[in-house]
Design a protein around this ligand. Structure first.
Ligand code: SAM
Length: 244
């Protein structure tokens, strides 16, 4: 069935945003996924619809209130029968585990996801603890809010869902799918500004092309991502001492 993306945000008007264009936009209008952007402010009880308050212990900025966010999460995690939806509940946060392709694959295998977007100084810790929220970061930098991070995650997840990309094969070979960065890509013209497409790619010899691409993927990974390279070497060349 369709994948449900339920987003809790103070700025529901930011959605679908860029997800409404191109492949994810087409998939949305084709009904391959459903987007529900819920306004956190709707869950504020007082007449001013207050969602935040000053940080306990002092300091700058504001913190999203646990009572308001708690109600919003409970509404977002309820399925049609009132039971708790059985899909991941994520809070976008620079303190979270850094999002990667393995996490994208795991989420793409679920029926949906709830994404809580913070603003200001973030969310009261008690509501994260009480609702078992998983914190996820999109990288080591600080954004003004979780909305762009939620869109990044949704984009990476949705392209792994069946039918979203025209060509399913394109996710099997790309960067990170096998633990290596992808080989360089070329297209016509055959000579551009005096630079040629590597000859092997024009040879029509599939085995030699695959071999060349693999060697390039290894070279790039070794040069640019020593962390990925070490993991790849460990995974593909088991330590002889380990076998003894
Ligand atoms: N005071 C927080 C801290 O230092 O960890 C930063 C809060 S940030 C200004 C506001 C919101 O933006 C966060 O609650 C989170 O939802 C979102 N955000 C900022 N950076 C992010 C990142 N790298 N990944 C995911 N979400 C992020």
């Amino acid at each position: 069935g369709a994948f449900t993306a339920r987003v809790l945000t103070l700025f529901p008007g930011m959605f679908p945003g860029p997800l409404g264009d191109s492949l994810t936009g087409k998939a949305l209008s084709d009904g391959l996924w459903r987007l529900e952007a819920l306004d956190i402010r709707e869950f504020a009880r007082n007449k001013h619809r207050t969602v935040d308050d000053t940080p306990a212990g002092g300091g700058p900025g504001m913190v999203l209130k646990p009572d308001v966010v708690g109600e919003a999460i409970d509404a977002a995690m309820a399925d049609a029968t009132g039971d708790r939806a059985r899909w991941p509940l994520l809070y976008l946060s620079p303190r979270g585990r850094v999002f990667d392709q393995a996490m994208a694959r795991r989420l793409a295998g679920a029926q949906g996801v709830t994404l809580l977007c913070g603003r200001f100084e973030g969310v009261d810790q008690r509501v994260l603890d009480a609702r078992g929220v998983e914190e996820v970061s999109i990288g080591d930098y600080v954004l003004t809010g979780g909305e762009l991070a939620a869109m990044v995650i949704l984009d990476a997840v949705l392209r792994l869902r069946p039918g979203v990309l025209g060509n399913e094969a394109s996710t099997a070979e790309e960067s990170f799918s096998r633990g290596l960065l992808e080989h360089p890509q070329y297209t016509r013209p055959q000579v551009w500004e005096g630079r040629e497409i590597p000859e092997v790619l024009l040879s029509g010899h599939h085995a030699r092309i695959a071999e060349w691409r693999h060697a390039q993927a290894e070279r790039l990974t070794k040069e640019r991502r020593p962390d990925l390279w070490r993991a790849w070497v460990n995974a593909t060349q088991p330590d002889p001492a380990g076998e003894a």
